[in-house]
Design a protein around this ligand. Structure first.
Ligand code: NM2
Ligand code: OGA
Ligand code: ZN
Length: 388
């Protein structure tokens, strides 16, 4: 949440204020009520930051054990003067800052990422645009990039058409918003059919819907795949919104959903010849502290033998199978064909991808990247273009 001029104009004002030694109570002009504990307010002292909104300069351990409010009043210039005990220190808070940092449950949820769930209906409006239009130095400038990143962040999928076919061009796209995540597959990997493949991806076989590298900790946040050569037959791409399917499971079979969120299962990938043995444990569906789905791992190739208590396994498998069936339901998926110069990006902790089998030559180049770079770029672009 930023304190932009646009938001400031719309910000409600404090209609009523009260406090006791432990709590500050605010009633806003739009009807919302908030309360903030004294210790939280003291921890968020504006002058406790190196510059406003900068890094905190003190440690919680240096604060007195009991912090209380001695006074709270609105100043003539519309700020909130709060006096803390035992320090007898008065600090000035901006009401808008308190409004934006409300501890109300709805407000807390609204500050989290807001995925826009989708199903096969997305087929009629695939999130695709011209490569050149998304490039920040292209004709659409930063707005073209913003459009690309907003769809990638909101839908977990974005497709670029008609880009270059030169090897390593995928790095250009990563450079628009972040950094390559290097793995044992390299900074860059070629997805081609090989004679002695180390991974099923490196064959012409179909790849069922999956998220990549569930055996890694942390799992790569984004995967980019760029087509250099397309096969004449097959090799079509599929994508499914794992969050949408997880929500469907939650609605249709809550007890199955609960099993998949509660129990962590092992994933493993071994390539002894290359000296690689990767292993992790995580639930198939990951929730945050508010119960929102924040991660999906699904990869039949790399799921290790589930080592849950034996008595749980029959029910767990019923849940796993139901989730798998829902993920593969035609009404959940979109399909598209990559031509040379096309690229797609998926949120690899949310959207599953797959391909149909192919024959003959085909060459994709891929790499991984982290989602924090995407979110950072997006936040800065929004501040500059939408609010600035
Ligand atoms: N490749 C293409 O997660 C996986 O093992 C899928 C990843 C080898 C980097 C394939
Ligand atoms: C992969 C993968 C899809 C494709 O390499 O992880 O899913 O279209 N490839 O080859
Ligand atoms: Zn993959």
């Amino acid at each position: 949440m930023s304190s932009s001029p646009a938001a400031a104009a719309a910000a409600p004002t404090i209609a009523d204020l009260s406090f006791d030694h432990e709590w500050l109570h605010l009633q806003w002009s739009d009807g919302r009520r908030d309360r903030f504990p004294a210790v939280w307010l003291r921890d968020n002292l504006p002058e406790g930051r190196h510059v406003r909104e900068g890094q905190r300069t003190f440690d919680i351990a240096s604060l007195p054990a009991y912090i209380e409010l001695a006074d709270a009043l609105l100043t003539d210039d519309g700020r909130l003067a709060i006096t803390f005990l035992p320090e007898e220190h008065t600090a000035l808070f901006e009401p808008q800052w308190l409004y934006e940092n409300s501890l109300d449950e709805a407000a807390r949820a609204a500050r989290r990422p807001q995925p826009r769930l989708w199903d096969a209906g997305l087929q009629d409006g695939l999130p695709e645009q011209a490569w050149a239009e998304a490039a920040p130095d292209g004709p659409a400038g930063q707005r073209g990039l913003l459009r690309f990143l907003e769809r990638l962040d909101g839908l977990g999928l974005a497709i670029l058409r008609g880009g270059p076919t030169a090897p390593e061009s995928v790095f250009e796209v990563v450079s628009w918003f972040g950094h390559v995540r290097e793995t044992n597959y390299g900074r860059l990997f070629d997805v081609v059919s090989q004679e002695a493949p180390s991974n099923l991806a490196y064959t012409g076989l179909a790849l069922g819907l999956h998220t990549d590298n569930p055996y890694r900790d942390p799992v790569p946040g984004l995967q980019l795949l760029h087509c250099l050569e397309a096969s004449d037959e097959g090799g079509e791409s599929l994508a499914v919104d794992g969050f949408a399917v997880a929500e469907r499971l939650r609605a249709e079979a809550p007890e199955d959903f609960e099993l998949l969120t509660r129990h962590a299962v092992p994933f493993r990938y071994r390539d002894p010849a290359a000296g690689v043995d990767l292993a992790s444990r995580a639930p198939l569906i990951e929730l945050d502290d508010l119960g929102a789905v924040v991660g999906v791992r699904y990869n039949n190739r790399s799921a290790a033998p589930f080592d849950l208590p034996a008595e749980i396994l029959p029910a767990f498998y019923r849940a796993y199978r139901r989730f798998g069936r829902l993920l593969h339901a035609p009404e959940q998926r979109v399909a598209f064909r990559l031509l040379p110069g096309d690229l797609f990006v998926v949120d690899n902790r949310r959207v599953l991808h797959g391909r149909s089998g192919f024959g003959g030559r085909r060459r994709l180049q891929g790499c991984y990247a982290d989602k924090d770079g995407l979110r950072s770029r997006l936040a800065v672009l929004r501040q500059r273009l939408e609010e600035g």
